[in-house]
Design a binder for this molecule. Structure first.
Ligand SMILES: NC(=O)c1ccc[n+]([C@@H]2O[C@H](COP(=O)([O-])OP(=O)(O)OC[C@H]3O[C@@H](n4cnc5c(N)ncnc54)[C@H](OP(=O)(O)O)[C@@H]3O)[C@@H](O)[C@H]2O)c1
Length: 228
């Protein structure tokens, strides 16, 4: 039996990750910011343990890691994310919002890894997956949408995970960056290209076949590697 910890598990891609891993027989530690109102998450069948976790609250992250100190984790998925405002420089940028995007998208995934390293070392899966975005790729993303907060914070998490991949290689822990596709969620919107089920099926297949050879690299849900 394998165990996965997922952040932002109450809606969107995180909820679908929870559903599919639980369906596949995994134990899912599903974390969400407001555990008293987890909505659909509370109704999913399977071995799902729901825990409260605001990923930007470092004390909460450390406390949960302590609470779960006897639990080995095979796969940790940093999924929680915010888009932030979409303004261009012409419209005026909200720098507080930009800072918040950095807290959620860039720094929190590193803090979660830091606190859950003992659990990952104790597990046999030895994998960390962090959901990033093609919008952070300088090589591929269109210069037309501004979205400074989102795009720079996802760039930052790409580098942080790339560095972590090097740090954790001696422990045999792989660190994979994911682009889930343009997905119909609250963040992706109703016009997005694919549903969460398609995205997560692809992500699971990708992670199943991934290991240290793929560590520190960014892949789309369909297996294509995305250049920085
Ligand atoms: N949808 C897309 O097209 C797309 C494309 C590329 C990358 N992504 C990435 O995929 C991931 C999931 O996105 P999504 O489309 O599922 O977005 P979503 O529907 O907006 O869901 C975002 C999730 O992140 C959680 N979250 C935000 N801030 C948090 C915090 N401080 N602590 C804990 N949880 C927090 C939200 O919790 P609350 O309900 O409490 O707000 C929610 O569960 C994100 O990292 C996103 O950047 C999405």
């Amino acid at each position: 039996m394998s165990t996965v910890l997922i952040t932002g598990a109450n809606r969107g891609i995180g909820l679908e990750l929870t559903r599919q891993y639980a369906d596949a027989g995994w134990t899912v530690i599903a974390t969400c910011r407001k555990p008293i109102a987890p909505g659909e998450l509370a109704t999913l069948p399977g071995d799902i343990q729901v825990h409260g976790l605001d990923v930007t609250d470092h004390r909460q992250v450390a406390r949960l890691a302590d609470e779960l100190s006897a639990t080995a984790i095979d796969l940790l998925i940093n999924n929680a994310g915010v888009y932030g405002e979409r303004n261009s420089a012409h419209q005026g940028i909200d720098y507080t919002d930009w800072e918040q995007a950095f807290r959620v998208n860039a720094m929190a995934p590193v803090k979660v890894v830091e606190c859950f390293l003992p659990h990952l070392r104790a597990g046999s899966g030895k994998m960390i997956a962090t959901v990033s975005s093609v919008l952070a790729s300088i090589a591929e993303s269109s210069p037309n949408s501004a979205s400074y907060a989102y795009r720079t914070s996802k760039c930052a998490v790409n580098m942080a995970m790339h560095v972590l991949a090097g740090e954790l290689r001696p422990d045999g822990i792989a660190v994979i960056l994911l682009h889930p596709g343009w997905v119909r969620t609250d963040m992706g919107g109703a016009d997005a290209a694919i549903d969460a089920r398609t995205s997560v099926s692809g992500i699971r297949k990708l992670l199943d076949g991934a290991g240290l050879a793929e560590s520190g690299r960014l892949f789309a849900y369909d297996g294509r590697e995305i250049p920085w």
